[in-house]
Design a protein around this ligand. Structure first.
Ligand code: ZN
Length: 206
């Protein structure tokens, strides 16, 4: 396998390995993991588990098969003079952390201040889900969503705040259920202008 660059840039499709494993290899790997966990992959309740897990992981990670920026390809330039904040607040999402492959469960608030074009509001959620359906770290997810909107819509400002709990923290390690992590990325006026930032954070409920 040849890599011609150092690593994925924000917004890039993270290319899966050139060698896609065949289903039998995936099932073998999951049986190994079951044995590693201390159980018997041959017992009745676990017989179909490898295939189920394989299917589930394809679904969790379907974001690798898309470029989330495509969702912002259709813009409306007729905004009727609207020049205020557009906010999609508290969008629930699921992702998986790349360090433990454990679930990340949270909600994201995504706002932008349009300059001359807007998108259908549901597209913002699609961008989020596209990046979330990959192995992630919350910081990068936040940045990728914000950068994607910034690049495609060229707005006056973008604000993304993500609040999430991490299975790798709540179910193992320090075991701290209920503790959420908050990340944010402010761009344009929301970064440069304190009043605009306060306004968008207040709209988001912070
Ligand atoms: Zn983790």
């Amino acid at each position: 396998m040849v890599h011609d660059h150092e690593g994925p840039e924000d917004g890039d499709i993270v290319a899966p390995s050139a060698k896609i494993p065949v289903p039998a290899e995936v099932s073998d790997a999951i049986r190994t993991l079951i044995r590693w966990a201390g159980d018997d992959p041959g017992r009745e309740g676990l017989l179909d588990t490898p295939q189920r897990v394989a299917r589930a992981w394809k679904e969790y990670c379907q974001g690798y098969d898309e470029d989330p920026a495509h969702h912002l390809g259709r813009v409306f330039e007729e905004v009727g003079g609207y020049d205020d904040i557009v906010l999609l607040n508290g969008i629930p999402f699921q992702s998986h952390c790349e360090h433990h492959m454990a679930p990340i469960t949270g909600k994201a608030s995504i706002a932008y201040l349009p300059k001359d074009r807007v998108v259908g509001i549901s597209k913002l959620a699609r961008v989020l889900h596209g990046f979330a359906s990959r192995l992630q770290v919350q910081e990068r997810l936040t940045a990728q969503v914000a950068d994607c909107i910034w690049d495609k819509l060229r707005p006056q400002g973008v604000a993304v705040v993500i609040e999430a709990t991490h299975g790798c923290m709540t179910a193992r390690g320090v075991r701290t259920p209920g503790v959420g992590m908050v990340t944010s990325r402010m761009m344009g006026v929301f970064r440069d202008d304190e009043r605009s930032r306060q306004e968008v954070l207040k709209l988001m409920g912070y």
